[in-house]
Design a protein around this ligand. Structure first.
Ligand code: PAF
Length: 277
C-alpha cells in the first residue's frame, strides 16, 4: 500500500492505473468504512482511499478543530483491508488558493441536513468533485448513513455527466443498532448507552408504516417527543420519498425515514429505507 500526500505523487502513482475505485473519507476510520473497502476491492484493480478533513463542509460552530485525525491507525486498518493507495493531503494541497469556485447542489442542499448545516453540501460536493478530478475513478462508494450526501453526489455525477458510478453502501451498525460513525467517539459512556434509541425509534416507524400506518406526521411527532423525553434535542424526524427527499404523496412506495438529533454535544443522524408493496 502506498501512502501519498501530494497531488503530484498521487497523479504519478495513478498514471498507469486507469482501473480504480475510490472511497473518499475524512479518516478516523471504523468498521463502517472498512465495509466500504470490502465493497470497493473486487470492483477494480486498484482501490484508492482519501483521508481529508474538509474545512469547507464544516460550519463555523461545528467540530472541524476537534474532528479526530488518526492517520497512523487509519493506515494500518487500510493496509489490513487490502487498499492500494491512500491519499492523505494537507489543506494547502487541496486548497492552495482560496476555493472561489464551488459546486452549488440542487434544492436538496436547503432541506434537512442542508437546512441545519448551511453550506455543508456545497462544501461536500466541491471537495468530492475535486477529489474525483484528482483520482479519476470509474466508481466511488458512499455509505447510506449519510443518505442526503449520497443523493447530492449521485445527482451531481448525473447532472455533470461525470463518467463515475456512484455505489451506495448499507449502514453498518453496532450490535445494539447504533449506526457506526466517527462522531460516536464523542459520546460519554452514559450517552453511548442511550444512543441506540434513535435507531429503535426509526425501526418502530418502519414497522408502523410497513404495517399500513399513513399518518406520517403523527409518527414523526411521536419519535421527536420520545427523543426529547430522553434528553435528546431532535432537529428532525421525517418521512420522505427516497428519490429527492420531498414529502411523499399518499401512493409513494419508496420511502425513507430520516432523523438527526443531538445527544449532549454529539449530533447523530440515521435513516431507514422502506419499500412498500
Ligand atoms: O462522508 C464523508 O466522510 C465526507 O463528507 C466526504 C464524502 C469524504 C467529503 O469530505
Amino acid at each position: 500500500m502506498d501512502i501519498v500526500h501530494s497531488v503530484s505523487q498521487l497523479r504519478r502513482r495513478l498514471r498507469k492505473e486507469p482501473n480504480n475505485v475510490f472511497v473518499p473519507t475524512m479518516g478516523n476510520l471504523h468498521e463502517g468504512h472498512i465495509q466500504l473497502m470490502r465493497i470497493a476491492k473486487p470492483r477494480a484493480a486498484c482501490t484508492v482511499v482519501s483521508i481529508f478533513v474538509n474545512r469547507l463542509q464544516f460550519g463555523p460552530r461545528e467540530d472541524f478543530d476537534r474532528y479526530p485525525r488518526t492517520l497512523e491507525r487509519d493506515s494500518e486498518l487500510l493496509r489490513g483491508a487490502g487498499v492500494d493507495v491512500v491519499f492523505a493531503p494537507d489543506e494547502a494541497e487541496i486548497y492552495p488558493e482560496a476555493q472561489t469556485f464551488a459546486v452549488e447542489p440542487s434544492g436538496l442542499q436547503h432541506i434537512l441536513e442542508g437546512a441545519h448545516r448551511p453550506g455543508h453540501f456545497r462544501g461536500v460536493a466541491t471537495v468530492v468533485l475535486k477529489l474525483f478530478n484528482l483520482v479519476m475513478p470509474h466508481s466511488a462508494i458512499f455509505g447510506k448513513k449519510d443518505y442526503q450526501q449520497y443523493l447530492v453526489l449521485r445527482d451531481m455525477v448525473r447532472q455533470f455527466a461525470l463518467p463515475i458510478e456512484i455505489i451506495p453502501a448499507e449502514t453498518v451498525r453496532a450490535p445494539d443498532g447504533l449506526a457506526l460513525s466517527s462522531r460516536n467517539a464523542y459520546l460519554s459512556a452514559k450517552e453511548r448507552r442511550e444512543a441506540p434509541r434513535l435507531y429503535r425509534l426509526l425501526r418502530q416507524a418502519y414497522t408502523g408504516i410497513m404495517g399500513g400506518a399513513r399518518d406520517f406526521q403523527r409518527i414523526e411527532l411521536h419519535c421527536m417527543s420520545q427523543l426529547a423525553d430522553h434528553g435528546w434535542h431532535p432537529d428532525y424526524v421525517t418521512v420522505r420519498r427516497q428519490a429527492d427527499l420531498q414529502r411523499p404523496d399518499a401512493d409513494e412506495r419508496e420511502l425513507v425515514v430520516l432523523a438527526a438529533a443531538r445527544l449532549g454535544r454529539t449530533r447523530l443522524i440515521d435513516n431507514v429505507e422502506m419499500f412498500l408493496r
